[in-house]
Design a protein around this ligand. Structure first.
Ligand SMILES: NC(=O)c1ccc[n+]([C@@H]2O[C@H](COP(=O)([O-])OP(=O)(O)OC[C@H]3O[C@@H](n4cnc5c(N)ncnc54)[C@H](O)[C@@H]3O)[C@@H](O)[C@H]2O)c1
Length: 453
């Protein structure tokens, strides 16, 4: 590096360092500031783990101004590493490639942050090493497959004074933020939430394969904790590597339960079984049904969650059921509705319709509202008769973009992280206990201090 470049790099890191130090304490509106022409506030990142999700995050970052990839680390040199490197070169991101993360952290002297998208069982080691190297970290969910690992991540981030964002991207999604801040909190349209229902069901699928001309050498696989290419590709299903669908998928949505209820669960009961796949290749349960009990400021809440891995009925969504209305929301932008209980007058709702956030159901447009929905007496009206208001708040970016933007804004000192390590830890405690509850075959309690590090 020539002297001039070195000076600019030191100035740039000093600027970003002081900006991020302020981000932990100041609540500043999240405003995106475009990188200036001299790129003094460019954020230099490394991608650690260039698989499916690493590529989603990289592609999203390529849409965000002022983010420069300087390094890629992945053990699958003949495939994922090669593919990502080729794309970055095409986008003129001058970068180095690595197999070993320690070598990358040792050699790369101009990084600000690392984006980690390796399998769950590597997250703690990769995150802790990156934080200790003085870098901010965006680490994918599940934060870690063990609470011990997750705890180390929280403590190291604190000690290092670095930002650690966990990849529960719904926390930065404008549709979710709108529902929480305006419908649930501000207007209290749901009334008292008493139950939650959510799921992620998906079709049966074949185990993941690999191009036969691009395997990883057995010695390398073993060095990084994999017994074979099958084990490496299908890590999610193996104990000690992932946590099964309840952790892989459920963690996103159970995180939303905690967020929207403003509470942490008191108990969990769960059934987990392998109903479809071969237990030899699918060590974790393919079908899990869990019930959490919460005590919220407005009263007790029972929250159900299911994940089925061989049937896609209903897809994925979360439903928050209050005594005045129900919110149905999903990361999928096609799903987002609020159902008003027929006994509740629509007056309060009209404001949200007039502001354009909700679209009124046809039969009760504000001007034509007749209070007389059919009277059912004690009979429950069929669900399709409930007045459905469509959520019109848009999310017109790739799903992970606002969450990455929040991370980069926080590095610059312009925002607070929406899912800092402490929040990711609370979610990990809630979710990992489902597998314990299955094992124990009884209701397990959470102690309040379990959620704190
Ligand atoms: N937030 C989301 O919506 C979302 C979606 C999918 C996956 N994820 C998370 O992203 C992570 C990765 O999932 P994926 O589906 O991309 O998996 P994947 O198997 O497709 O990719 C993992 C990559 O990491 C590499 N790798 C494995 N061990 C490594 C090591 N020790 N050092 C360097 N590279 C290593 C592999 O070669 C592979 O390229 C997981 O934690 C997963 O839970 C998050």
């Amino acid at each position: 590096m020539d002297d001039q470049k070195a000076d600019r790099s030191i100035d740039r890191r000093r600027f970003l360092h002081s900006a991020a130090a302020g981000a932990g304490v100041a609540l500043v509106p999240a405003v995106w500031t475009q990188a200036s022409d001299d790129k003094a506030d460019d954020i230099n990142v490394a991608l650690l783990g260039a698989g499916v999700q690493g590529q989603v995050l990289m592609n999203t970052c390529l849409k965000i101004p002022g983010v420069r990839f300087k390094a890629v680390c992945d053990i699958w040199t003949a495939f994922n590493q090669k593919r990502v490197s080729r794309i970055l070169t095409a986008y003129r991101h001058e970068h180095n490639v690595y197999v070993d993360f320690k070598e990358m952290l040792d050699k790369e002297k101009d990084l600000d942050a690392v984006i980690i998208a390796t399998p769950d069982f590597w997250h703690a080691e990769h995150t802790v090493a990156s934080l200790k190297a003085g870098l901010h970290v965006y680490c994918e969910k599940e934060m870690s497959n063990t609470l011990e690992g997750a705890r180390k991540m929280v403590l190291t981030a604190k000690r290092a004074g670095k930002l650690l964002q966990i990849g529960h991207q719904r926390r930065s999604n404008p549709r979710y933020i709108f529902c929480y801040e305006n419908l649930i909190k501000g207007a209290r349209l749901l009334g008292q939430i008493i139950a939650v229902n959510g799921q992620w069901n998906r079709s049966a699928r074949e185990p993941l394969g690999w191009p036969k001309n691009a395997p990883i050498e057995q010695a390398t696989l073993e060095k990084y904790g994999y017994e074979s290419m099958h084990h490496f590709r299908n890590w999610r299903w193996y104990r000690g590597l992932g946590g099964g669908p309840i952790v892989d998928l459920g963690s996103h949505q159970i995180d939303v339960y905690n967020w929207f209820l403003d509470a942490l669960p008191k108990t969990v009961t769960a059934s987990g079984r392998t109903n479809y796949y071969d237990k030899k290749t699918h060590e974790w349960y393919d079908t899990v049904m869990a019930i959490y009990e919460y005590a919220t400021a407005l009263g007790p809440v029972s929250a159900y969650y299911q994940t089925v891995s061989a049937n896609s009925s209903g897809g994925y969504f979360e439903t928050f059921m209050g005594d005045e209305a129900t919110l149905l929301i999903s990361e999928s932008t096609q799903i987002g509705e609020v159902y008003r209980e027929p006994r509740i007058a629509p007056d309060l709702w009209t404001k949200w319709v007039n502001m354009g956030y909700l679209k009124a159901p046809r039969q009760i447009t504000p001007s034509k509202h007749k209070p007389a929905l059919p009277m059912y007496g004690d009979e429950t009206p069929p669900p399709f008769k409930l007045p459905r208001y469509k959520l019109t708040v848009q999310m017109d970016k790739p799903y992970h973009q606002p969450h990455l933007e929040n991370f980069f804004e926080a590095i610059r000192g312009g925002a607070r992280l929406t899912c800092p390590a402490e929040v990711g830890y609370e979610t990990a405690v809630a979710v990992l206990k489902v597998n314990d509850a299955v094992e124990a075959a009884r209701k397990l309690e959470f102690q309040p201090d379990e959620f704190a590090v």
